[in-house]
Design a binder for this molecule. Structure first.
Ligand code: NG1
Ligand code: ZN
Length: 546
């Protein structure tokens, strides 16, 4: 294949004039939007090559998820709607960082290494979020695909999970209709089917906390989730009465003091949503792939229901349905080190379902979940889904053809779930199905286990690449002095035995994260502070010492 320099720079329009180095991390490239135009053009080129290599549709999503509105990002999606394979991440980093003069050589190397031939026309499915910068970046990506003679399937402004769904359907029509409406119809119809078979919602004095209540406040983070929910809410109103807040379009700033990331990290109610005792709220993030719930009890106290609470609810439900349907399938949960210790103990000890630990980043969780017949995976921040093996799907389908209500419920639940990637909207509908099925209010759900007090803080260091971790990121091997110092701290008398802490470099931002969990909030505060200071002192902290 020929790579003329005027073609692969769009006659100089997309030149690499930057000193900045880009690295394709757990969520692709993510940084200030102003730095990304050439990167997006080049990811258009790379997506076209990946499509030729796989002879299939490839996805390209423009979003920086829960990050501030001034950021943006891009990630590529493989044919079955999964994150792009790790071996191509290095190609992405090389392509993004090459000088204009080096670029043709880098592209040639990829073509040779991946045995790419010119005979397949590239097809790239492109989606973008609501950020102001997404339009310009979209134009750059389209130009990149077209520069290599590829065709673009433009999904417009969509949630990240919808883009993953579109890629999957483009390559595997049996998964669903490959259009935005196809996705909406699939979720709406399956949800209404499941809810129409469920117990009627009862009315009681404190609906949101003591029994299932159809009223739900929706916090759209002022992003694309609000737009998608505005389409769906009227169509499901007979089963779920959603009131949309932070719906974007002039209602507020994207991800600012609202949305799933804000709610999870600050453990507080989102701004822009009325906070009345007895109300419950579901928050999604800026691109609607994460979801967390919150509620305010009758006494006015705030409660967070994070990804761990959702995971345990889903695992408990699937376990019960499998047993009712008489299906002996291997069910398992995959978590990360950030999972609250109480949730792990609940699933292991009370539900007796195996729990695996993967590194942060959904591709790692997804991969491990494939080892179960039915693998549930969730990050504590609310990113997660359920995946079914082919044999599990076949067994459920067969059982559903008999008159087993549980098997039929499982078959419908499989349709409701977006197996390609965590999907806030599909996940929240599943949560509602389970709560309704059980007649549970928020307090019933919350009572499954009590979270250990915990805290997540960040520390800036000169070079986060000096950090290395092991044991699913639960221990730090570099800088060498850090883990022994943390172990010393954990053995000191001010902490009880159940305290836990770990340090890892972020894969998406230029900082290091410190997580602490202990028996009391004051222990957590102290532990997080002490570990942050160790990181700062032993690993070249920048700015003010914690
Ligand atoms: P990093 O920045 O690597 O911690 C964050 C989240 C991940 C994942 C990615 C992708 C935490 C602690 N980390 O990764 O779970 O969601 O962003 O968006 O929430
Ligand atoms: Zn997101």
């Amino acid at each position: 294949m020929e790579f003329r320099s005027d073609v692969i720079t769009c006659s100089g329009k997309y030149s690499n004039n930057q000193q900045k180095l880009f690295s394709y991390g757990t969520a692709g490239f993510r940084t200030k939007a102003d730095d990304l135009e050439t990167v997006l053009f080049r990811m258009g080129l790379l997506a076209a090559l990946r499509s030729k290599a796989k002879k299939a549709h490839i996805g390209l999503m423009i979003t920086a998820s829960h990050n501030p509105a001034c950021d943006n990002g891009v990630k590529l999606v493989d044919p079955y709607g999964e994150m792009m394979v790790e071996s191509w991440e290095a190609h992405a980093t090389h392509v993004a960082n090459a000088s204009d003069d080096e670029l043709a050589g880098v592209l040639h190397c990829i073509v040779t290494e991946e045995h790419i031939t010119a005979d397949h026309t590239a097809q790239v499915v492109i989606g973008r979020d609501t950020r102001p910068s997404s339009n310009t970046l979209h134009a750059a990506a389209v130009s990149g695909v077209e520069a290599l003679g590829g065709k673009v399937v433009d999904c417009g402004v969509v949630t990240t999970p919808l883009l993953h769904y579109r890629v999957r359907c483009a390559n595997d029509p049996s998964y669903g209709v490959a259009s935005n409406e196809g996705y909406t119809d699939k979720l709406v119809e399956t949800f209404l089917k499941l809810q129409s078979c469920a117990q009627p919602a009862t009315s009681c004095a404190q609906p949101a906390t003591s029994c299932y209540c159809q009223d739900l406040l929706f916090d759209g983070a002022n992003g694309v989730g609000g737009l998608q929910m505005a389409i769906m809410a009227p169509r499901i109103s007979q089963a779920l009465k959603l009131t949309i807040h932070n719906g974007g379009e002039g209602q507020g700033v994207l991800n600012y003091r609202c949305g799933a990331d804000f709610v999870k990290v600050s453990q507080s109610w989102p701004s822009g949503v009325p906070a009345t005792p007895g109300s419950r709220c579901v928050s999604v993030d800026g691109d609607a792939d994460r979801v967390v719930y919150s509620y305010i009890d009758e006494l006015g106290a705030y409660h967070l229901m994070d990804g761990d609470k959702i995971a345990t609810l889903v695992v408990g439900f699937l376990q019960e349905q499998l047993s009712e349907a008489g299906l002996a399938l291997r069910l398992g949960l995959v978590q990360t080190a950030y999972a609250n210790g109480a949730s792990t103990a609940y699933v292991n000890d009370s539900l007796k379902v195996p729990v695996g630990f993967a590194k942060t980043g959904v591709k790692h969780l997804h991969h491990m979940a494939l080892s179960f017949d039915i693998g549930v995976y969730f990050e504590a921040n609310g990113h997660g889904t359920v995946i079914f093996s082919d044999s599990a799907s076949a067994a459920i389908k067969e059982a559903a053809s008999t008159d087993s209500p549980a098997a039929r419920r499982l078959a419908a639940v499989k349709d409701l779930i977006n197996e390609t990637v965590g999907d806030a909207i599909s996940d929240l509908l599943l949560v509602e199905v389970i709560l309704r099925h059980r007649g549970w209010g928020m307090r019933d759900w919350d009572a499954q286990y009590h979270d250990m007090p915990n805290k997540l803080v960040t520390v800036r260091v000169a070079d986060r690449s000096v950090f290395e971790t092991t044991d699913a990121e639960r221990r730090c091997t570099q800088p060498a002095a850090l883990q022994p110092a943390i172990d010393d701290l954990l053995s000191t008398s001010f902490l009880h035995a159940r305290a836990r802490t770990f340090v890892r470099p972020s894969g998406t931002e230029d900082l290091v994260r410190v997580y602490a969990e202990a028996a009391t909030q004051s222990h957590v505060e102290e532990l997080a502070l002490q570990v942050s200071r160790l990181v700062f002192d032993l690993a070249g902290g920048v700015g003010e010492r914690p």
